[in-house]
Design a binder for this molecule. Sequence first.
Ligand SMILES: [Zn+2]
Length: 567
Amino acid sequence: MKRMQKSKQISVMFLTIFFSILIMGCNPGKEEMKQELVKFIEKFESKVVELSKEANLAYFEATISGKDEDYQKAADLQVKLSKIYANKEDFALLKRIKESNSITDELLKRQLDKLFLAFQGYQIDEEKLEKIINLQTEIEKKYSTFRAEVNGRKLTDNQVEEILKNSKDLVELEKAWIAHKAIGDVVVDDVLKLVKMRNEVASELGFKSYHQMSLKLNEQDPEEIQKLFDELDQLTLPMFKQLKNDIDEYLSGRLNVTKENLMPWHYQNRFFQEAPKIYSVDLDSYYKDKDLVKITEEYYAGIGLPIDDLIKNSDLFEKEGKYQHAYCTDIDREGDVRVVCNVKPNYNWMNTMLHEYGHAVYDKFFDYSLPWVLREPAHTFTTEAIAMLFGRLASNPKWMKDVLQITDSEMVKISEDNFKSLRLEQLIFSRWVQVVYRFEKSMYENPDQDLSKLWWDLVEKYQMLKRPEGRNEPDWVTKIHIALYPAYYHNYMLGELLASQFHFYLTDKILKSNDLKNQSYAGNKAVGKYLNDKIFNVASKYYWNDMIEKATGEKLTAKYYAKQFVE
Ligand SMILES: [Zn+2]
């Protein structure tokens, strides 16, 4: 025994020495890895920085001119850019460096992590990728050329929405809703094929499903996301039940139908993703003679985040052939940030202007001394959160008082209804996202299950709508995002959660108030300074949940969303 013990001791000693030598021997390798990474990043930047600027500019110009040749130029540059990320040897090198676990420098390690994921997403068999893109394009065409047919009349999506919102004719409502659902049969086979192709690609890259892959490549831990959605479900359920009952009572009176007989086509929206108009608020009237650009510019200047330079480069009004929606683009990660809008003096565009310039200030105030790879928002949903934080103000009575100079009595008069409609909007949207998120996750886990049943089970459970009796149609695929923008929808909800978390922190810690409703931040430069220092400046130097924790003292949680809209 004793001898054994001794010989063991010797061998342990020997091993210790052996490993010390090994570890010492590793040091030069470690330095080598570091140098290799530094060299790689230099070479990568020399290829990508100018090209991505060109591609961003080309896209911006195409959306303004609407010309085919401009769009073609933008698409060609995009292809060129994607080829950089698809390079197999480069990915192999990144993989080797990553697996060596030898990068300790914080900024280098963060760049390595981001580059690795960015390249990984492009390591798909080229032939398969092309097939996927072609099928997507075909499906996209089918969606955009589809018209719902009611009584021989062909209707656009907008016209269907108009009928659902305004008609009180029960037959017309049902017909319009069902006619729109006919797109399901047109695309379902292709979309199912696409879902399976996406899954195949994911499995080749070592992931369980396409859904799991998408989350992981976007630095989202599937379990963490699931937990947030479960938390949100619990927090919103009681209030949603109550509000759903209010809606049912209102609609039952408006349409002269008993509550038990209310059907999905009675809820004023194809998917019940937006709130029916049950409160009397007319926000448009407050904006009809206002200069929305000036309001936005002055408001952001007031909180210490001036945007006059950005407005100069932006394109804010309607033009022939121009893109009809709104977006913000960071051209060069050096302060050339532009917004595209089609401003009209109404509530929606006020919300949109505040929203898009929320994205814009985030990008404008990056610390430009950070490496190029890290000069991005911490995550797409963190920039969405900032945009939402500001967009929400357009219906906030205190903001309308401070910025539009409505009177005190006017503010009091609209206060309650404005809050109620914002709350209704939020809760309805949050229950709808539960359906989409859970559906996509389950569909990619098992695309061969009865998807029509899965869809209606979720709609019944989370939105509390009634399944039309005996209905067995691919209604899930009538939502275009499920087919064409996969595994992304949940980010809108995460953005809302984080907007509330930031709002709570600003109110509590910066404004030192416990009134979450009556805050406009107007004229308060400390607000801009906080956002700048803690969120914008650090860009994606930290993993998104670390950034949130550093900025608010907590990881992302649904708690403050509930505080703002449920309690
Ligand atoms: Zn946005």
